[in-house]
Design a protein around this ligand. Structure first.
Ligand code: FE2
Ligand code: FE2
Length: 180
């Protein structure tokens, strides 16, 4: 997988990756916030887990945000889109219940982990602060993925429906963020 971006004058690849990932973490916060509220009704046993994921995502967004401030860079143009899209996706899947909630996390984290590993591979030794930020959050993203995989019934309806749609949307949002 190639890591390509349309950079603005004075912007590095590391800058852009920090922006896109910062916007993505904002999207994750919006997804889990919506799911968490609906889980009170649809999947009460998942609330503690969703709270833990949400706390991680706040931490991730803050790390990328701090890195952007240090670089004197603005947030990504895709930031609001990630928030609105995340909230809509979180609401729909939260309504659908526990299998849909887990399938969403698995689909997103699968794409996100692949992108972050690629970003880390490219930025390592080139932009160490960016690489360090990625390393700091990767294990938590892996944890969200693994915990949610364990919850999924294999071949389940929600997983079959959600995986392609959510994977493609996540890819599209990242693609767009790298080019806006
Ligand atoms: Fe995250
Ligand atoms: Fe995550």
């Amino acid at each position: 997988m190639a890591l390509t971006a349309w950079l603005k004058p004075g912007e590095t690849l590391g800058d852009r990756v920090m922006k896109v990932d910062h916007a993505g973490e904002h999207g994750a916060i919006c997804i889990y916030t919506a799911q968490r509220w609906l889980a009170r009704w649809r999947a009460p046993e998942m609330i503690d887990e969703l709270d833990a994921f949400l706390a991680h995502e706040y931490g991730h967004r803050a790390l990328f945000g701090a890195e952007l401030r240090r670089r004197n860079k603005r947030r990504c143009r895709s930031y609001a889109l990630c928030g609105i899209g995340g909230f809509m996706l979180g609401s729909l899947t939260g309504l659908a219940g526990r299998q849909a909630i887990a399938a969403t996390t698995v689909a997103i984290e699968h794409v996100v982990l692949r992108h972050m590993q690629e970003q880390l591979r490219i930025l390592r030794g080139v932009d160490e602060p960016a690489a360090r930020t990625l390393r700091a959050i990767l294990s938590e993203e892996q944890e969200h993925h693994d915990i949610s995989v364990a919850r999924l019934t294999s071949g389940g309806f929600w997983s079959k429906l959600i995986t392609p749609v959510v994977s493609l949307s996540t890819e599209e949002v990242i693609w767009l963020g790298m080019r806006l």
